[in-house]
Structure formats: C-alpha cells, structure tokens
Ligand binder design. Structure first.
Ligand code: NDP
Ligand code: MG
Length: 383
C-alpha cells in the first residue's frame, strides 16, 4: 500500500486524476513534475506541498521558482531532474504519467530506488520493455500497470502463480472515433476529429493513437513485456462500450474479465492500494442499465497501425523503439496539422523499413534507434 507518491507528469490527464485519488486516499506527495505547465504545477504545489517540483523546460523552472519563493518546495529544471524526482527517497511509489519515451530514464531511476512503479507511460515498456522488466526483477521494484487493459489483466491474474496457465490475453479496444469507417472516409479526418474520443478523455497524443489503433498496437507490446508472453498469446477484440477492460483465458478454458465504468481513477487507485482494495466514492457499474456488451474483430485494413505494431513486435530488438519513436514524431506533426491521418502510418512504416532491428539492444542502442526513427520522419516530411 502506498504512503508517499512522486508523480511524473502531474499536470496531464493521468497526473491530475492521480492527485484526485491521492487526496481521497490521504496520501503524501513528495515530488511533482511537468514539462511547461507552470500555473498548474504552482496550484498543485500549493495544495499538496511536495518537497520537490521539476519542470523539464528550464525557462518554466525559473518562472516556477519565482512563483514558489514563499514555499518550502525546491524547484529544479531540465530532464535529468526528472530522474531526481523519480528517485526521491521519501516516496515509496512513483506514478509514471509523462507522455512518450522521455519516461524511460526516470522509470529506470525509480526502479533503481526500489519504488513501486504505477506505470501509465506505456511508451517506456514498448521501447525498452525487456530492460525495464529485467531491472525491476533484479531490484525487487514492483511494476503495477495503470493502463486500464493491463490493470484489468493484472487483476484477473491475482492468484495465478504460473504463467503457463495462461492460454491468451484478450485486450479490449473501443475502436476509437473512426470505427466502422472506410479508409477513404478515415483519410479525410483531421486533428479535431481525431481528438473526439467516444469513451475516454485523455491527453492529445494517446487520443490520436486511439484513432489510428496504434494505441492498441503499443498496448499489445506492453502486455507482451509485462507478462512475458509471445504475440501469439495476445489478442485484441473491439468492444465499443469500454466496460470490459480486458480478459484472460486460462488453459482450462476459463475466461476472467474485469468490468467497470470507464474511469482511469479505478486502475490508478488499485495501483496505490494493491494488494488491497480501497473504498471508491465513484458510482459503480450498473449492469442492468448499461448498453449491451459487444465484441468484434479489429479492422486491420482501415487501421493498419495495429498490424504494423504487431509486425514490430515479431521483429523484436530495436524494432519496437523505432515504431514508437517514429509514431511519436508523426503524431506530433499530425497534431500540428502538418500531415494527414494516414501519413502517421506511412511515416512510421518508412522508419521501420529503413532501419535495421538490432537484437538484444543495450539502452544506448534503444535511444539511438529512437533518435534515428524521429530523424527519418522529419526528413521524409520535409522531402
Ligand atoms: P497528457 O498529455 O495529458 O500529460 C502528459 C504529462 O507529461 C504532462 O504532465 C506534461 O507536462 C508532461 N510532459 C509532456 N512532455 C514532456 C517532456 N518532454 N518532458 C517531461 N514531461 C513532459 O498525457 P496523458 O496523461 O493522457 O498520458 C500520460 C501517459 O499515460 C502516456 O504514456 C499515455 O499513453 C498513458 N495513458 C494515458 C491514459 C489516459 O487516460 N490519459 C490511459 C492509459 C495510459 P505539461 O503539462 O507541462 O505539458
Ligand atoms: Mg489503455
């Protein structure tokens, strides 16, 4: 059970919901971090009184230091300070809620400090899952998933002592805002269309990933790393209602699922209270008044990013870091209205075709693959 938290990315969708849960559970906050949202961090610091606040953006850090001069909170700037926040000695749990591969080094710093990692930052596991999981196993740091599908699986696996009892995992997928459309229709969709998710309110990057289904591709890889399973044992089912958060099929044919209203505060809370469950003031799921639960095969033709991620998972090595780096760069361009919807797929595919997959990569090789993938995207875009 968590007592004191550090939150990396406290101003984002997951970060703010984590602070709600922290308040409800009466947890202490040791450190908060953000990139540049100075006003939000200032308000959070005044409310939660952490010892440390970090802004990755140096100018934002200087601004925050002036604003917080009347408090006891120390302010640091720059990406390395993120690692300091992750390793804050008084925190027993670190919530990794930054978006993107920037979460990798701080996650490793938290693992080095033997913290419980409440892991939302899936890009880290996609790029360097083996390194992260090995490091956690070695140090004894617990990794508790916050991503709703992986939390569901984690909950279904309580009491399962042997991974060989798992036949397959079934990740559910809402299908996103363009579900049921043809490739032609989806191709005309803009940033504003992609940012309208039917069931969840999230940060812009993951919302676009949900529209392309790259999010589900990243989650397939995340599940493979967390539970050390091959792609053949991780399936995806479209489930428009986002009520069944994922399922585990065991070798005797039993299927367990976790259900709930779509509210990230439940998996966040469970990552804090595990192995116990705490009181939750939210309205519980009303099975008698919820829409019929439906399941369908994903459309990998219209949403080719899912199959692309599955291909990268099979290639292994640095291929997943290339996939993720190229996708991050392409989504940034899409969010800046610089490229079209399918360009995200084409640019990511180009990076995967161009770069070799280095087997059993070191951390440096992973960072290099990420960098090269981003370079290919920016070169292709400006060509
Ligand atoms: P948001 O965009 O809402 O928040 C991102 C957070 O990261 C903000 O605090 C932001 O600070 C900070 N940040 C952004 N860029 C940097 C950087 N370069 N260096 C340091 N910090 C940075 O994202 P979400 O909360 O939606 O997602 C966070 C993570 O959780 C992602 O990996 C996502 O895939 C995962 N996740 C999210 C879910 C959701 O419901 N939102 C569900 C499942 C997983 P600032 O405000 O200053 O920009
Ligand atoms: Mg998810």
């Amino acid at each position: 059970m968590t007592n004191t938290l550090s939150i990396l990315g406290s101003t984002g969708s997951i970060g703010r919901q984590t602070l709600d849960v922290a308040e409800q559970l009466g947890l202490n906050v040791a450190a908060l971090t953000a990139n540049s949202s100075v006003e939000r961090v200032e308000a959070q610091v005044r409310k939660f009184r952490p010892r440390l606040a970090v802004m990755t953006d140096e100018a934002a850090a200087r601004d925050l230091a002036v604003r917080l001069a009347d408090t006891d909170t120390r302010v640091l700037g720059g990406p390395v300070a993120l690692e300091e926040a992750a390793a804050a000695p008084e925190a027993d749990t670190v919530v990794t809620a930054v978006v993107g591969m920037v979460g990798l080094k701080p996650t490793l710093a938290a693992i080095g400090g033997k913290k419980r990692i409440a892991l939302a930052n899936k890009e880290t596991l996609v790029c360097a899952g083996e390194i992260v999981m090995d490091a956690a196993e070695k140090s004894g740091a617990e990794i508790i998933p916050v991503d709703s599908e992986h939390s569901a699986i984690f909950q279904c696996l309580q009491g399962c002592g042997n991974r060989r009892e798992i036949r397959r995992l079934i990740l559910t997928c809402s299908g996103g805002p363009f579900y049921g459309m043809s490739r032609e229709e989806a191709g005309r969709k803009t940033r504003a269309d992609a940012l309208r998710h039917p069931n969840w309110t999230m940060g812009p990057k993951i919302t676009v990933d949900c529209a392309t289904l790259m999010n589900k591709g990243l989650e397939v890889i995340e599940a493979m790393r967390l539970y050390r399973l091959p792609l053949s044992q991780v399936d995806v089912a479209i489930h428009r209602q986002s009520i069944v958060h994922s399922l585990v099929e065991f070798r005797d044919g039993a299927v367990l699922a976790q259900l709930g209203t779509p509210d990230m505060r439940l998996p966040i809370r469970y990552a804090m209270t595990y192995p116990e469950r705490g009181e939750n003031p939210a309205e519980p799921l009303d099975l008698l008044n919820c829409p019929p639960l439906t399941f369908a095969e994903p459309d990998r033709e219209t949403f080719p990013c899912l199959a692309l991620a599955e291909e990268a998972a099979v290639r292994g090595g640095t291929a997943c870091a290339v996939l993720n780096g190229a996708n991050e760069a392409a989504v940034q361009l899409f969010l800046a209205d610089q490229i079209g919807f399918y360009d995200i797929f084409h640019l990511t595919q180009k990076a995967l075709e161009t770069l070799p997959a280095v087997e059993n990569p070191t951390l440096e090789e992973i960072l290099e693959a990420d960098h090269s993938a981003r370079e290919i995207v920016s070169k292709e875009y400006s060509a």
